[in-house]
Unconditional design. Structure first.
Length: 286
């Protein structure tokens, strides 16, 4: 299976202007000028200032004030989309799973209704001067952790249909799924309903995590958890919430998987072991 990386997400938010301003000023994302149509709706694009330029990684579309935010789409990209289509489309057809052709790319909904697009990589834009304005360097969109009422069924879909691999799991209920050399590019947590637990961005180094944490303090934005080091994935992390209550993780030093081996299975109820190797574990969400 050709490697796939998470390229972008589409979020519906109650105030596009406020969200875009927050992601630029607080999280250090670059905002592309103007609007682009996404899913038939006008959208603002923001992205990280990586070494090769700026990538479009978060699209913001206007939603209702009755709900704070909603994930509308995740896009994974591969350099060999032809091979991916040849592997995935027959599996969808054999199981009568609907999909949408989008030219060479295609889209499908997972069992919880999350829309996933598989596509060619988009180009990066060389906006080098914007990098000089940032007090820290975000390098890429890392992953999304979904919440599912049936996390085993959701994990099965990504593994058996889209060919993700299990990197680690907690006894059949919490799954960390990889699709490239990164330890995971998607995670699925158990929950009473469906939704998103958090969106994660990667920073270049531990020094950049500290710069971001100092910047958040200057902006009077509190950390929810961290700094710490996850045992699952091995990455250093901090967690915070945006202006709409969506949790964001910022991380570095995620483990790479060159030769995938049998997934490590942690016993159920091992959150205190897996969450933070440094020993401080926040309480469960209500």
């Amino acid at each position: 299976m050709p490697p796939m990386i998470m390229e972008s997400i589409v979020l519906e938010v109650p105030d596009r202007e406020a969200a875009a301003r927050y992601y630029h000023d607080v999280y250090g994302l670059y905002q592309f000028p103007g609007e682009t149509e996404v899913l038939g709706r006008p959208a603002y694009w923001l992205g990280t200032l990586g070494h090769l330029g700026v990538r479009k990684e978060i699209a913001l579309v206007q939603g209702s004030s009755e709900r704070p935010w909603r994930l509308l789409q995740m896009t994974y990209v591969t350099s060999d989309l032809k091979q991916l289509r040849e592997m995935v489309l027959p599996r969808l057809q054999q199981r009568n799973i609907a999909f949408e052709n989008l030219g060479e790319s295609f889209a499908v909904n997972d069992p919880d209704g999350n829309r996933v697009v598989l596509a060619h990589p988009s180009p990066s834009w060389p906006v080098m001067e914007a990098r000089l304005e940032r007090p820290f360097l975000l390098t890429k969109l890392s992953h999304v952790t979904l919440v599912s009422g049936d996390s085993a069924a959701a994990s099965w879909f990504y593994r058996e249909i889209l060919d993700f691999r299990i990197a680690e799991e907690t006894d059949g209920v919490f799954f960390w799924l990889g699709s490239s050399s990164d330890h995971h590019s998607l995670a699925i947590a158990p929950g009473r309903g469906t939704g998103v637990d958090h969106v994660a961005f990667e920073l270049e180094s531990w020094a950049e995590v500290k710069r971001l944490a100092d910047h958040l303090a200057d902006q009077n934005v509190a950390l929810e958890a961290g700094p710490g080091r996850h045992r699952v994935g091995g990455n250093i992390f901090i967690y915070t919430h945006d202006l709409n209550g969506l949790r964001f993780e910022f991380l570095c030093e995620m483990r790479e998987v060159v030769n995938p081996e049998t997934a490590k299975v942690w016993p159920r109820g091992s959150r205190a072991i897996t969450y933070n190797a440094w020993g401080i574990v926040p309480p469960e969400n209500p």
